[in-house]
Design a protein around this ligand. Sequence first.
Ligand SMILES: NC(=O)c1ccc[n+]([C@@H]2O[C@H](COP(=O)([O-])OP(=O)(O)OC[C@H]3O[C@@H](n4cnc5c(N)ncnc54)[C@H](OP(=O)(O)O)[C@@H]3O)[C@@H](O)[C@H]2O)c1
Length: 391
Amino acid sequence: MSKKIAILGSTGSIGTNSLRVIEALGPKFEIVALTAHSNTEMLAGQVRQFKPKYVGLTNPQKADDLRDRLGDYDGEILVGPASLVEIAGLDETDTVITAVVGAAGLGAVLEAAKKGKTLAIANKEPLVIAGQLLTATAKANGAIILPIDSEHSAVFQALQAGRTDEVSKIILTASGGPFRNATAGQMENATVEEALAHPTWEMGRKVTVDSATMMNKALEVIEARWLFDVSTDKIDVLVHPESIVHSMVEFVDGSVVAMLGQPDMCVPIQYALTYPRRVKGIGERLKLGRLGKLTFEKPNRSIFRALDLGFAVAAKGNSAPVVFNAANEVAVQEFLAGRIRFGMIVRAIEHCVNKHEVRSSVSLEELLAVDTWARGEARRYLKREVEQIVR
Ligand SMILES: NC(=O)c1ccc[n+]([C@@H]2O[C@H](COP(=O)([O-])OP(=O)(O)OC[C@H]3O[C@@H](n4cnc5c(N)ncnc54)[C@H](OP(=O)(O)O)[C@@H]3O)[C@@H](O)[C@H]2O)c1
């Protein structure tokens, strides 16, 4: 088993965990390329340690800084958003780990699929907005998509216990995030610090806020719809605060197959890299005896409105998920910058989804046009809401 790997987004939470996993897997797992957006200090450190042939930096304003830091590095430095696509399609790799945050990874993920790569995919947003196009492109070009998202890795593993036509339900588990027991009033004015205080997972800032609104689970419903080619009526969400059961599959005979483990992303990352084999890894071991009990509850859909919205958007399909995702990306950015209230995030998404007339075309150009419209509409909506509060 050997792999030649590119990591898109190597400086993030998934990216750094991927490097830890690869280092532990040994020299047969070779890093050919790394990319980041603007964290040149960390990227330069990774380049010195892993010596990739290619380095990509999507933010051109930091290019000189990266070149200064890399000194006599003899590999190739690619700069700008196009560098992500170029690195995703390199002939020298067989595996691309997509760990970029947001829709920015879309072009690169599609390029890797076109080139028939094995895609170890953490970056859920491209699957949400272009699931149909991406899975069709992968199929047409012999690319394999392996999920890194812990829930989808769990489902992928559980599905191996039966045939596709024997599946009756996919049950995605959710931690419930920091506001599992909060009231709508408490959530409305939650601070950035409170939203980032996830009880079980350590992740990047955007996905952590998504967990607090439960948008993350809504995005995962759409992700599951495309990854496993199931209709949304076969997908369910269950809150499981301990984050030990990472998801489950119920089969037609009533058997439920679950995948359990510590909340540690190194385990699904490693599985995506060594699949179909399993090897000893650095992932933490599960000690169920110490835990004592595992609990499950239905999500409070009247407080976490993102969930029902996500199911509705998943059922509509076509251009609807593009709007859902783009409005969320804008609103989360505004929230993290301290410009809007927490409660406005889901209201902005709801507004944009309701205003959008769903288009049935799934060409990349049309998806990108809808994405641009939704970002503008979300900004306009949030500006109006903020102005009303100030008055
Ligand atoms: N973290 C988790 O445990 C987890 C679990 C499941 C799924 N995911 C999914 O995995 C993806 C990555 O999450 P994360 O938590 O690792 O995010 P993160 O810590 O914020 O890291 C994001 C990475 O993407 C890069 N990046 C940011 N903006 C970019 C842009 N415009 N163009 C290209 N690259 C850009 C960042 O570079 P700089 O550092 O230079 O800014 C960084 O390397 C997300 O889609 C998330 O939903 C994450």
